[in-house]
Design a binder for this molecule. Structure first.
Ligand code: AMP
Length: 354
C-alpha cells in the first residue's frame, strides 16, 4: 500500500542529497524529516522537521523512525546498526541489504560478480606484505583503496610498481584494503535506475562522467552509447536491483573499455551526483523517482526532455553564482552550505541543450 499525501518520510543524512530529496518530497505533499548529527545541515533548512543526534544514538533513531511512515537514506555509509534500528520502527527503503553490499569494496565486488556484473580483478589486502603479494599477483598498475569509507577518491593510492605496494598501504592508513587492477577505460558512464515497491524497474539514459582529482566535475547526458552498451548497463542494473529486492533509486558507476566492454566500478544505493542533470532535463528527477518508490507510488517515465551538461560547483566555483544566474541556458542549484572549502560540493549548474 502506498503512502498518502501528507505522510512523513524520514531521511538518514542531511547533506545536499537529503536536501534535494526533501525538496522533491515536499513538492509531492509529503512531510520530510531529516536525521543528521550536524545541526544546520543543508537538508534541515528545507525539511518539515529535523532530528539532530549521532547515528550511534539508537534511541534517537528509534524515536525518529517511529515518528515517520517510511525511512530512506542519502548516503551508503549509514551504520548498518542505525539502519537496522530504523527498520524495526518503519519500512526502510532501500533496505539494510543494500548498505551491506555497498559499504565494503570487497563485499561489493563479490556481490556484483556473483550476480553477473563484471568488475576489474581485485584482491583483499590486510597488511603491507599482503599488498606486495597482491600487486605481484595482479600486476601493475593497480589502485589500492580502503575497503570502507572511501568517497570522492579519498583513501586511494595508485600502485605503479609492485615494489611501491607496501608504501601505498601505509599511505592509505594501513587499514583493511582492496587492490584493484587498473581499468583501461575509454570513458566513465553511470546508469541511474529505480525499482518500485511492486518490482517495476525504470532507468534514466546513460550519462558520461568526467572526474578530476577523484571528484566528479562534469556529467553529459544522455551519453551517446551503442545499443549493446546501453543494454548491458540495463541488464546489470536490473540484476542488482532484483538481487537486493531493492526499492528506490540505485546508481551503477561503469567503466567503458575499448570495444564496448563494460565493467562496474561501484554501486551507490542512493541518488547520485551523476544524476543531478535529471532535475533540469527530464520529466521526473532522480529525487522524485526515489521518493515515489519509497512512498510506494508508481514510478514516472524517466525520458529526458533535453540533452544536458551538469557542472559541479566545487569550493570557490560557487562564487560565480551570479554569472550562472545571468546565463539563459543554465539552471543553477546551490546547496545552502555556509562555508566553501576546497573540494566541497557547493552546488551545480545544468546547461540545457537543444
Ligand atoms: P571510486 O571512489 O572508487 O569511484 O574512484 C574514483 C575514481 O577513480 C573513478 O571514478 C575513476 O576515475 C578512478 N578509478 C577508481 N578505480 C579505478 C580502477 N580500478 N581503474 C581505473 N580507474 C579507477
Amino acid at each position: 500500500m502506498g503512502l498518502q499525501p501528507c505522510a512523513r518520510i524520514g531521511i538518514l543524512g542531511g547533506g545536499q542529497l537529503g536536501r534535494m530529496l526533501a525538496m522533491a518530497g515536499a513538492r509531492l505533499g509529503l512531510d520530510m524529516v531529516i536525521f543528521d548529527p550536524e545541526p544546520d545541515c543543508p537538508a534541515s533548512r528545507v525539511a518539515a522537521d529535523t532530528v539532530t543526534a549521532p547515528y550511534a544514538d539508537l534511541d534517537a533513531v528509534a524515536r525518529f523512525a517511529a515518528s515517520v511512515d517510511a525511512v530512506t537514506y542519502e548516503f551508503e555509509n549509514v551504520p548498518v546498526e542505525t539502519a537496522a534500528e530504523a527498520a524495526r520502527h518503519a519500512p526502510l527503503r532501500p533496505g539494510v541489504k543494500a548498505l551491506e553490499a555497498a559499504q565494503d569494496r570487497v563485499t561489493e565486488k563479490r556481490f556484483l560478480n556473483a550476480h553477473g556484473a563484471p568488475t576489474v580483478e581485485f584482491r583483499p589486502v590486510d597488511s603491507a606484505q599482503g599488498a606486495r603479494a597482491a600487486a605481484d599477483a595482479l600486476g601493475a598498475p593497480g589502485i589500492l583503496k580502503t575497503r570502507r569509507m572511501g568517497y570522492d577518491g579519498k583513501g586511494q593510492a595508485v600502485v605503479r610498481d609492485p615494489a611501491q605496494a607496501a608504501d601505498a598501504f601505509d599511505q592509505i592508513g594501513a587499514r583493511p584494503a582492496i587492490l584493484e587492477a587498473f581499468a583501461p577505460f575509454t570513458r566513465e558512464l553511470s546508469i541511474i535506475a529505480a525499482r518500485g515497491l511492486e518490482g517495476q524497474v525504470t532507468a534514466f539514459p546513460l550519462s558520461e562522467n568526467i572526474h578530476g582529482g577523484g571528484i566528479l566535475r562534469e556529467t553529459r547526458a544522455p551519453a551517446a552509447a551503442s545499443d549493446a552498451v546501453a543494454a548491458e548497463a540495463w541488464r546489470i542494473a536490473e540484476a542488482i536491483l532484483s538481487a537486493l529486492d531493492y526499492v528506490g533509486v540505485l546508481t551503477v558507476e561503469l567503466f567503458e573499455l575499448e570495444g564496448g566492454r563494460v565493467l562496474v566500478n561501484e554501486i551507490a544505493p542512493r541518488v547520485h551526483n551523476s544524476g543531478h542533470w535529471t532535475e533540469a532535463a527530464c520529466r521526473v528527477s532522480q529525487f522524485e523517482q526515489h521518493i515515489r518508490a519509497v512512498a510506494g507510488w508508481p514510478l514516472a517515465d524517466p525520458a529526458p526532455v533535453r540533452p544536458a551538461r551538469m557542472i559541479n560547483l566545487i569550493g570557490e566555483d560557487a562564487a560565480q553564482w551570479a554569472d550562472w544566474l545571468a546565463d539563459p541556458s543554465a539552471v543553477l542549484h546551490l546547496y545552502g552550505k555556509r562555508r566553501a572549502r576546497p573540494g566541497r560540493k557547493m552546488g551545480h549548474v545544468t546547461l540545457l541543450g537543444d
